[in-house]
Design a protein around this ligand. Sequence first.
Ligand SMILES: Nc1ncnc2c1ncn2[C@@H]1O[C@H](COP(=O)(O)OP(=O)(O)OP(=O)(O)O)[C@@H](O)[C@H]1O
Ligand SMILES: [Mg+2]
Length: 273
Amino acid sequence: MEKLEAALAKAREMRRSALSASHPVRDRTGVRDRPGNDWLALPEITLTPDIITRGRISALSGGRDATPYDLLRSRTYRLMKEKGWSRLAITSPGTACGKTTIALNLAISLARQRDLRVMLLDLDLRRPSLHKMLGHVPESSFHEVLEGRVAFGEQALRIGANLVIALNTSKAQNPAELMQSAATRRALDEIERSWQPDLMLFDLAPMDAGDDYVNFLGNVDCALLVAAAESTTLANIDICEKELAQLTDVLGIVLNKCRYSDDSVGYNYEAYG
Ligand SMILES: Nc1ncnc2c1ncn2[C@@H]1O[C@H](COP(=O)(O)OP(=O)(O)OP(=O)(O)O)[C@@H](O)[C@H]1O
Ligand SMILES: [Mg+2]
């Protein structure tokens, strides 16, 4: 285990030092005048009341409905900040556990902190759904950025001043190969170098969809595992958590779709570290 932790730390350190040459000090004093490409030049998505309701988007402003996401935000951000980490993957054992819903709300909640620049990148290259949740069909897909066919600045969108979103509208041709490719690694490094986000969140496919995540996780600092209370078995959570822990640091497990006595559904979060 110690060897594994050392190997993960070394891989992370190598990625960081490669980036730090042109990304020396992060200035967190306001998002507008910071170095890097101009976030405000990206087209903005409007979230209509209908999109907000259908997409279960509840973290736009503080209050009761945002509280679970705000708690997840604070715990996740605290752990990542302590370690100097910027890249978080969100995955689950199987489909429909709520990864995309949680990734979007977590990103929105983080971006309510105006001095943070947050990116949410759709890395579900098999059955992307973030664009449906946001009711927006961009002209190109984020996988084309990873393939080097489209510039990030032509593809990305924003919500407000400090949340940038990259969507897929179509499935990539070879999702597993693309996810694990050197081209993807270079594209993500280039995005981080030229746009200088503080945090990059990756909405992944479920782990049972293929081996996409195996080498991809070398590109991130840590991961959250989302499980669905009534459909993910404890054995499955255990197997997936162990598998993830071989590949990156697991920040915690989010147990989503918990049914409470008043019949409402929400989630619980178990943090590590
Ligand atoms: N806490 C919740 N309570 C009730 N329904 C939820 C909750 N979280 C998400 N959902 C619903 O569950 C469905 C699946 O959610 P979502 O698309 O976020 O899951 P996913 O894990 O990203 O799915 P996929 O594996 O297909 O990518 C959606 O209809 C979403 O609105
Ligand atoms: Mg999803």
